[in-house]
Write a protein that binds this ligand. Structure first.
Ligand code: IRN
Length: 575
């Protein structure tokens, strides 16, 4: 083995952790009181915000006095903040002024993964081959600031979400994943949704979107926000639609605007806003196989057609920016016209909307409002790359955030896989965040187990993309795992993996005894055919005889293997 991989040298492996304090055995969180407000001092010391006079917004205040929802109320009422008159509190605003915020410093520490060391190791094994280009060896706070200032990365961090552990979304950082949850009119309760959020971050969700559409949307969101260390995103048009009893044509700008303020005061970190669905785009979907499949997109298309007028999201975009910068809510410009089938992929409607999103990005940036762009959907593999290229060009390198994409339509029940294939590819090409799709997609609301399966599946896609992009830190975990595998350190293999519980469970299915945890084989090949074991024995034999590995193979393989087979058989029979 190369010297730096020596058997005794197993330095600790630090992994990026999204689970907050929940996985710290020394801490217990009372879900009715919420997480400690770790970010408060950072927000307050900037001196650019003030507390709102009432306990919460007008709408929130009404809810507080509503006896019908009293039993759902969050125990702790936190007074919301807002930017002082005329102030812009966005991270982008600070970045552009050349100021490094504590959030940026935190992110720089978080994103660093022994990168320099990893790059050296890689060069050792692949002399003369180039490594990832745009990602530096060390992520400095200045690099974070610069990426945010250019609009190439965003830090979703509402000033009313002090429980947040800041993170960054951009293509020169680790690829992130989002997990969706939320009740619908048909099923699920607040407890279940909070539980799903905790579960989602436990397995590695970098952000969580609360897509609740049923009852008690406000209360559900409050519980989720107060207990979430990761950014929370929403689609405010869903709640606005609830306020008009589901009748899209009755929506107004005023109802929508108040919903934005209500959610911004609660602390939502990013909003999906389908402002790219313009009246003129709707006819472009007429020839589609599956029409408009975005929920927000279809609501806005219906409103535009019913009134035969331009979308109020588009016409009021500047005012939306004013709200965003008063709380530092980031835009996630929605892809309301994304394709809903392989047949509709990359059509005129989809790309017309993308161009509008690029135009709106410039408006948002004029206000120093952080912006990312949502993308498809359903796209066959050979059409994935062009999506990334067009997005970079049309949207001026604002981060891309895609839903999969699903690379085929024929596997209901397995859409976490059909989509993770597309996600890994688009992540490799530069997509900054991957929105998970669960195995329940197209079939029903995901439960807890679906959330775990979906998140882990997407962690795989994101990590595969990091490796392919040549992210210098990404390989550390692979190296640690490979080494543990080669050295038959079973416990380490389980723990280094993305889902230790499942790995242990699968291993123990056939070899449950403790003695098998130190055995130099598993039940896949048995003791006779373990290639890793044979290869390691060759190395030991070569070292012992003072010969090269190739010679050792010829010299003593037969004799040695006989010995090991007997030894292995003894263990195998015992277990
Ligand atoms: C991500 C990329 N494109 C869409 N998404 C997510 O899909 C979006 O952020 C939201 O979580 C979900 C549903 O959005 P629609 O159906 O309202 O567009």
């Amino acid at each position: 083995t190369p010297a730096h991989f020596g058997a005794e040298k197993n330095t600790p492996l630090y992994v990026y952790d999204t689970s907050g304090v929940y996985t710290d055995p020394k801490v217990s969180v009372d879900l009715r009181k919420g997480l400690p407000v770790v970010r408060s001092a950072w927000i307050e010391e900037r001196g650019d915000t003030e507390l709102l006079s009432g306990p919460t917004s007008k709408f929130g205040h009404e809810r507080l006095n509503d006896p019908e929802t009293a039993h759902l109320r969050f125990e702790l009422i936190r007074q919301p903040r807002r930017a002082k008159a005329g102030a812009n509190v966005s991270q982008m605003h600070y970045a552009r002024k050349g100021i490094i915020t504590p959030e940026m410093e935190y992110i720089a520490i978080r994103e660093n993964q022994k990168m320099e060391e990893m790059r050296d190791l890689w060069k050792d094994q692949h002399p003369g081959q180039s490594f990832g280009a745009s990602i530096p060896d060390v992520i400095t706070p200045e690099f974070v600031r610069d990426e945010v200032a250019r609009g190439r990365a965003i830090i979703p961090a509402n000033i009313n979400h002090p429980e947040l552990e800041p993170m960054i979304i951009g293509r020169n950082f680790l690829v992130k994943i989002n997990g969706n949850l939320g009740n619908s009119a048909v099923t699920s309760s607040i407890e279940e949704e909070v539980e799903k959020m905790l579960w989602g971050i436990r397995w590695g969700g970098d952000t969580i979107m609360d897509l609740s559409t049923g009852k008690n949307i406000h209360e559900t969101r409050e519980w989720i926000l107060r207990n979430s260390p990761v950014p929370i995103g929403t689609v405010p048009i869903y709640q606005a639609l609830e306020k008009v009893d589901g009748k899209a044509e009755e929506l107004t700008w005023e109802i929508y605007r108040d919903t934005l303020i209500e959610q911004a005061e609660q602390g939502v970190d990013y909003f999906t806003i389908h402002a790219g669905v313009r009246l003129q785009h709707v006819p472009l979907t007429a020839k589609r196989m599956t029409g408009i499949v975005s929920r927000g997109g279809s609501i806005m298309a219906k409103w535009c057609l019913a009134h035969h007028t331009e979308s109020f999201l588009y016409t009021n975009f500047e005012e939306i920016c004013e709200i965003m910068k008063a709380y530092d809510v980031s835009f996630s410009l929605g892809d309301g016209l994304r394709p809903g089938s392989i047949y509709d992929a990359n059509d005129e409607a989809q790309f017309a909307e993308l161009e509008t999103l690029g135009e709106l990005t410039k408006v948002a940036w004029k206000h120093d409002v952080q912006t990312m762009i949502e993308g498809p959907g359903h796209v066959p593999l050979h059409m994935v790359k062009i999506n990334m290229e067009k997005q970079l060009e049309d949207c001026h390198e604002a981060p891309f955030y895609t839903l999969g994409p699903l690379t085929t339509d024929i596997a209901p029940g397995y859409d976490h896989i059909t989509s993770a294939i597309g996600a890994a590819n688009i992540g490799w090409y530069g997509c900054a965040m991957l929105c998970y799709v669960t195995q329940k997609e197209h079939l029903g609301l995901p439960n807890k187990q679906d959330v775990r399966e979906g998140i882990v599946t997407y962690k795989i896609a994101a990590h595969a993309a990091d490796l392919a992009k040549g992210h210098p830190g990404a390989q550390a975990r692979d190296n640690a795992m490979s080494k543990a595998r080669f050295e038959f350190r079973w416990e380490d293999q389980f723990n280094i993996g993305l889902d230790p519980e499942r790995a242990r469970e699968f291993h123990d299915e056939t070899l449950p005894k403790q003695s098998a945890k130190i055995a130099h084989f598993c039940s896949m090949c048995g003791p006779h055919f373990c290639s890793m074991k044979i290869s390691q024995d060759v190395r030991d034999y070569a070292a012992q005889k003072g010969v090269k590995e190739e010679e050792a193979l010829l010299l003593g393989m037969e004799e040695k293997s006989k010995e090991f087979l007997e030894e292995g058989a003894a263990i195998y029979h015992e277990v």
